[in-house]
Every structure is written in C-alpha cells, then in structure tokens.
Write a protein that binds this ligand. Sequence first.
Ligand code: URA
Length: 195
Amino acid sequence: MDKTEQMRQIKEEVLNLKKSPLYAERVKNKVFPVIGAGSHNARIMFVGEAPGKNEAKTGQPFCGASGRVLDELLESISLKREDIYITNIVKDRPTQNRDPSPEEIEIYGPFLDRQIEIIQPQIIATLGRYSAEYIMKKFDLDFYIEPIGKMHGKVFEATASYGSVKIVPLFHPAVALYNSHTRADLKKDFAILKG
Ligand code: URA
C-alpha cells in the first residue's frame, strides 16, 4: 500500500471512530477531524496538540492564529508547508478549546504512531508540552522529560523502527501569540531545524 493510501486508511478509521468521546460532538457540529497535511516524504514532522475551532471547520492543521505564527517561523528557515508534514496527537477538536485528556491522547495516539511509520521523518518537532511528553515517552526518553520551558530547543537522539530520529521539543506557537519572549525563543529554536 503506498503512503497516500495508508494515510487515506487512517482518515477513514478516524472518521468512524465512534469510541472517541469527541466523535458525537464532531457529528453534531458538522465539523471535521484533522488528519494532517504536507509531504508524505517530509524530513521534518511537526506534532501539535489538537485541532482548534478553525481547524475543525476546515479539516486543516494550524490554519488559525497559531498557524500564522507557524508560517512565519517556517519562513524564517526557508521552509514551506509543503516541505514538512504537520499533524496533531488528537485528531478531533476537544470542546471549548480545553487541553486534550489522557483518554483522548490514548485513543488517538496510535494514529500518530502510524503516521510516523508512514512518513519516517528524520526530525520530529513537537509543539507544546502534550506532544513533547507523548513523543518523548514513545521513544523511551521519559528520563529527560522536563517542563517545556526547560526542554525546548534541546535535541534528543532516538531510534525509530526505520532508523535514527531526532526529537526537538518546541513551545506551542499559540503561546507566542501573547508572549514576545516565547516568540523569540521559538525563532531561535527553529534555527536548529534548518537542513
Ligand atoms: N493548535 C494545535 O495544537 N493544533 C492545531 O492544528 C491548531 C492549533
């Protein structure tokens, strides 16, 4: 099965994920899950937390205010959305923009795991503390988990099924919307991702 077909399969399964506590809300509100977007052969994969209102409306990741911050950061290292792959741990919008729950992370995590296997990125850049913790645990880096304020911008070497992978925890771009220090830190950290 080629990569596009494998991603299509994931989309199909998420669309029918009735066991998710977010399923009923999605159907009721006539919104979409966000599977991910970008190149299936990307060198860098970005992992956010969960879709917000704009993302659920369009089915596209990071298309609201934090998406604009992300685009600016990508531009600062001469990357475009089509050069990278971007997704979230949780594929449906948690209501009222609350943080994803442990149960939701457990339900949607395996889809992210499969997306990593499909794309086989050399770098996984996590956006925010939830995705940092999920990815660090997945790659047996539990010992190095610290608050995001300490971990951001560090590079952790890990081993994936397909070879070595670097994990780079970053602040969530939404925080940079109202904190200029975080914005400056994010810009500095993004320079690490330059190929
Ligand atoms: N925040 C996220 O973590 N993901 C999105 O797709 C949008 C906002």
